[in-house]
Design a protein around this ligand. Structure first.
Ligand code: UT7
Length: 336
């Protein structure tokens, strides 16, 4: 067996659609208010895709190009694509192959699709990390990309969910680290299927015979359902738990963290986690105010912005953490 080695993040990038949708724009559509949305979630605006311009795969490709450019690599250098999304372009095939085509890749590299919702990017990062560690691949592209806006209930009935989600994409490129101590130190993945229906889009369901006809009978099941209070209750427990797990495994305290990049689920959840960990404002990154919750894309978008803004430097201890539908939750500890 090849010697285990560390993977480091050689490049990061993100892309968001150009259309900004403010809370004010949602007020008449959803019978909501800017004050309610900001008070409960911290969100001020989000991006919605443009049909004909943005697709889940090409938004991922736009983010990937930036990550590859930062890494000084070409698309054909990628040896494995890991694509995380809950809003794929097609029921099948997965969006990974579409991203490969979109990037003009001709090397027939494998494309793996990951379906773990808000935790999808960290799940994907963990998969990629294993391949680099074992030496099977040197260059792995991990993408999180989502188009929520085309599937939201844009009537007052959907307001509890539709104000939260936004569209966007983020990507990272993993390479074997050549600097001692640098790279992904560990990843931690969890799931608890007993809560699968607490945050869900039920249709189209393959266990319903004639599903294509029958999904129209249950139109409400085509929209996301969320038991918001229960999701919130679990999130504030699982985030600190999975972060502590990562810190403990590597012999760190919470105050050693230079930058926490939490999945952007709700600013109140992030503030709770920050307080619980005793972190100052400059050590926790939030951009949910501008993008809402972009599920699998939220961690790489936030990471990319934090790097772009110079908030993460080589040698920093960076922690990624996520919680969401499944329930699933995950963390990654990285020496940048
Ligand atoms: O990505 C990971 C998964 N997602 C999360 O982590 C989300 C976790 N949950 C949450 O963030 C919160 O539960 C929400 C922000 C989604 C909702 O906040 P909440 O405080 O749990 O609100 P609620 O659903 O209990 O509703 C409270 C009230 C209700 O009115 P009444 O019954 O008290 O009169 C709702 O009808 O707020 C009403 N409401 C709204 N009002 C205006 C619900 N949504 C809206 C809205 N605008 N958009």
């Amino acid at each position: 067996m090849a010697t285990l080695r560390h993977a480091y993040l050689a490049g990061v990038g993100h892309y968001v659609p150009s259309r900004v949708v403010t809370n004010a724009e949602l007020e008449p559509m959803l019978n909501t208010s800017d004050a309610w949305i900001q008070e409960r979630t911290g969100i001020r605006e989000r991006r919605w895709f443009a049909e004909g311009t943005d697709t889940t795969a090409n938004m991922g490709a736009n983010a990937a190009r930036k990550a590859l450019e930062m890494a000084g690599l070409e698309p054909n250098d990628v040896q494995l694509i890991v694509f995380a999304t809950l809003s794929p372009d097609y029921f099948f095939p997965g969006s990974g192959v579409l991203l490969q085509r979109e990037l003009g890749m001709t090397n027939n590299c494998p494309a793996l699709d990951v379906r773990n919702q808000c935790s999808g990017f960290i799940y994907g990062l963990s998969v990629a990390d294993q391949f680099v560690r074992t030496g099977m691949y040197d260059t792995v592209l991990v993408v999180g990309s989502e188009i929520h806006s085309s599937g939201l209930d844009k009537t007052p009935e959907g307001r509890g969910v539709s104000v939260i989600f936004g569209d966007g994409a983020g990507a990272v490129v993993l390479r074997p680290s050549t600097t001692e101590g640098q790279g992904i130190l560990s990843t931690h993945l969890h799931a608890q299927g007993e809560y699968a229906e607490e945050l869900i889009v039920k249709e189209p369901s393959s266990n319903r015979d004639n599903r294509n006809q029958r999904m129209m009978e249950k139109k409400e099941d085509l929209y996301p359902y969320m038991n918001g209070q229960n999701v919130f209750k679990h999130a504030v427990v699982r985030f600190p738990q999975v972060i502590k797990e990562a810190l403990d495994q590597n012999g760190y305290q919470s105050t050693d963290v230079d930058m926490l990049i939490p999945h952007q689920a709700n600013l109140r959840i992030t503030q709770y986690v920050q307080q619980k960990m005793g972190l100052t404002d400059d050590k926790v990154f939030s951009n949910i105010q501008r993008y809402g919750n972009t599920t699998a894309a939220s961690v790489p978008i936030a990471l990319s912005e934090a790097v772009q803004e110079g908030k993460i430097k080589r040698g920093d201890l960076v922690c990624l953490a996520a919680f969401g539908s499944g329930f699933t939750w995950a963390s990654a500890l990285i020496k940048w």
